[in-house]
Design a binder for this molecule. Sequence first.
Ligand code: ZN
Length: 251
Amino acid sequence: MRVLVLSDIHSNLEALEACLAAAPACDLMANLGDLVGYGACPNEVIERVRALGGVFVRGNHDRAATGQIDISDFNPMARFAALWTRQQLTPENLEWLKTLPQGPVRRPEVPAAQFVHGSPIDEDDYIVNWSDAMPPLITAAASLTFFGHTHHQGGFFDRTQTAETFQPTYKTTEWTDRCEWRLRKNQHYLINPGSVGQPRDGDWRAGFAVFDDEPYAVTFYRVPYNLQRAQERILAAQLPERLSARLALGR
Ligand code: ZN
């Protein structure tokens, strides 16, 4: 059983296509939310992932674009992008986006896993460091929690009294790279596949992960994509210039 785990695509079609092209054949796709927001291709991204199917969890930017949350506490750039996205979405895509479920989402094909956007405790929580990771690790209803929201690739696992972190390391900064993390069956993990469309860990390449139950492991990926085209689309759409510039920095 192999699961392709994507998160935080943020309307970046070029990054999504690069991930789908680089991923091995999988039995199930799981999307951890924030399909839209920031990037210039909300409809194209929704139509692509909808056609592929699988598990979906709603993200805060999905709820912002559909008017399901108050965006007055979003920063001005995020608010502008959310309102722009709302105007762009076709009625059908807007309605579909509204139907995305709140995590945790479980699937019988992968009984060891649950899928969330921010945290299993609160969908809007950010799990950035081990002290954030401890409460959801201790209370997790599944061995493996796949989460997104922070746009930081990597993971946490429980040890007595503390949580350990796992950070993938790569050989290059420009090409497709993989990093395997072997897991233990008697341990709890929080695993972030990274952001497809707007990485914020200093690596501009699109991030995703593949979970395999035999051998029991997660493989993290970073793949180059047509950055220039994604940037040009953002500028052509008259979205904030900073949304284009940050893609090159992975920030
Ligand atoms: Zn996000």
